[in-house]
Design a protein around this ligand. Structure first.
Ligand code: F6R
Length: 261
């Protein structure tokens, strides 16, 4: 696991955008795995800027989002399809037909999960998967104790996750309690994983993910098994790491070719 600590979330997001942009420049028909939530918003703004000012071309890119709430159609303002349209897709030259978000209102959700897995395979697999980290260590909506080999499935959201995300819904009670999410196994199949976690609320989850034991109680710790996982933190989310100086040392002694672009 490559751990990169930057002074602020702003700087971390700019670095994250550069990494994704370099994947797209090297492989114009790249398959990107995307996340929603507060964490990647600044990164998406930077990708939009790169598209407008530097001509970053998304016309041949395919995307797969991690998850969607069960019961919310794509036009619902709290749906992740809507989030992606508003915060990224409508600002760049991506072909909407190449953007995939699980269908939270599919009649047969199990069939939707199987078909999502198949669509990822048909696209040739995910080149880089962007991830946030739940306060309880979740990635996608894979909550603590979920299988570390799971595939796209239907998950019950934990109380912690519901509380963390209820602000945008107005109330805890009206929020969907289930989601369709890529499984941890699906995420680990991506050729590269890029996780961002910022702010003091993520300290414990970051500590567990990076330095704790590999354990289903912290699904993010599964990234310890990934051959190419990059974790970008800010000083506040990294505050609990015992080996922070070691990560800084490694970061400052990389050859240019080892440096994340
Ligand atoms: C979002 C997702 C979640 C979030 C996580 C962090 O698609 O799958 O795992 O990345 O809950 O959310 P924020 O960024 O809002 O703190």
């Amino acid at each position: 696991m490559e751990v990169i600590i930057r002074d602020s979330a702003e700087i971390g997001c700019i670095l994250g955008a550069k990494i994704i942009a370099s994947v797209v420049r090297e492989k114009p028909d790249a398959v990107l795995g995307l996340a929603t939530g507060r964490t990647p918003l600044r990164l998406y703004q930077e990708l939009i800027r790169m598209h407008r000012e530097e001509g970053l071309d998304f016309s041949r890119v395919t995307t797969f989002n991690l998850d969607e709430y069960v019961g919310l159609g794509g036009d619902h303002v709290q749906s992740y399809r809507y989030f992606m349209r508003e915060n990224l897709f409508r600002h760049i030259n991506i072909d909407q037909k190449r953007t995939h978000v699980p269908d939270g209102v599919a009649k047969d959700l199990h069939a939707e999960c199987r078909s999502y897995e198949q669509r990822i395979l048909d696209a040739g697999g995910i080149d880089i998967q962007l991830l946030g980290l739940g306060r309880n260590g979740h990635i996608g909506f894979n909550e603590p104790t979920g299988s570390l080999r799971s595939r796209t499935w239907i998950k019950i959201l934990s109380e912690q996750t519901l509380r963390d995300n209820s602000a945008v819904f107005g109330s805890f009670e009206t929020m969907p309690k289930h989601a369709v999410t890529m499984g941890v196994g699906t995420i680990l199949d991506a050729r590269r994983c890029l996780l961002l976690a910022f702010g003091p609320a993520k300290v414990r989850a970051v500590e567990h993910m990076v330095e704790g034991p590999l354990s289903a109680i912290c699904p993010g710790s599964a990234l310890q098994l990934h051959p190419r996982a990059t974790v970008i933190l800010d000083e506040t989310s990294a505050a609990g790491l015992r080996y922070a100086d070691h990560y800084r040392w490694i970061d400052s002694h990389k050859f240019d070719w080892q440096r994340t672009k």
